[in-house]
Design a protein around this ligand. Structure first.
Ligand code: ZN
Ligand code: ZN
Length: 186
């Protein structure tokens, strides 16, 4: 009979071999199964948002009216607002992992320090003088894809950033914190 450790060994291989979309689908399916699974997922994927708006838990339908010591005025108001009942406040939450609007990297908001985001905002331009013997570059008139072409890493001195005139392997000229892409959570 299979033990849980036996299953886990195969499960680990299966997770490593699955594509991102499948793993996301499995995770969402699991957390839908129970509140306990949702809280487990939240511990890894959510953090408190100190700047977020405090929201309030909805009042349970069968919780009755306000406590008897409250004044009639307050009681009437509470009844008016019965759909937004004043249950204990809960802190706002936000995703722990976000995609940076500037560098497009996924980052951990708990480790988003002042110099976490480093990039060039310009284009990487080729210096044709370094490629007079390269038939492919000459044929393309220098229009190679600098984000993937092997020559950038092999000859960093032959490429210049338009933003700061730095070479391909030079220090990024923009440094700061990552900022999230603008998404709205409903
Ligand atoms: Zn630059
Ligand atoms: Zn960034």
């Amino acid at each position: 009979m299979a033990t849980i450790n036996h299953v886990k060994t195969f499960l680990s291989q299966a997770i490593d071999g699955a594509d991102d979309a499948t793993v996301r689908w499995v995770l969402k399916s699991i957390w839908d199964e129970s509140d306990e699974c949702s809280f487990q997922a939240a511990q890894y994927l959510l953090v408190h948002d100190p700047e977020g708006q405090v929201t309030y838990a909805l009042k349970r339908k069968a919780s009755g009216g306000p406590p008897p010591q409250e004044s009639a005025h307050k009681r009437a108001k509470a009844e008016d607002d019965s759909h937004e009942a004043a249950q204990p406040p809960v802190p706002a939450l936000k995703p722990r992992y976000e995609t940076c609007e500037h560098c497009s990297e996924v980052y951990d908001v708990m480790e988003n320090y002042d110099e976490a985001c480093c990039l060039h905002e310009g284009e990487l331009e080729i210096d044709m003088d370094h490629f007079v013997d390269d038939d492919e570059v000459i044929e393309l008139d220098g229009a190679i894809d600098t984000s993937t072409d092997w020559r950038v890493e092999a000859y960093p001195y032959a490429f210049t950033w338009s933003c700061c005139d730095g070479k391909a392997d030079g220090e990024p000229c923009l440094v700061g914190r990552h900022e999230p892409t603008q998404t709205t959570i409903v």
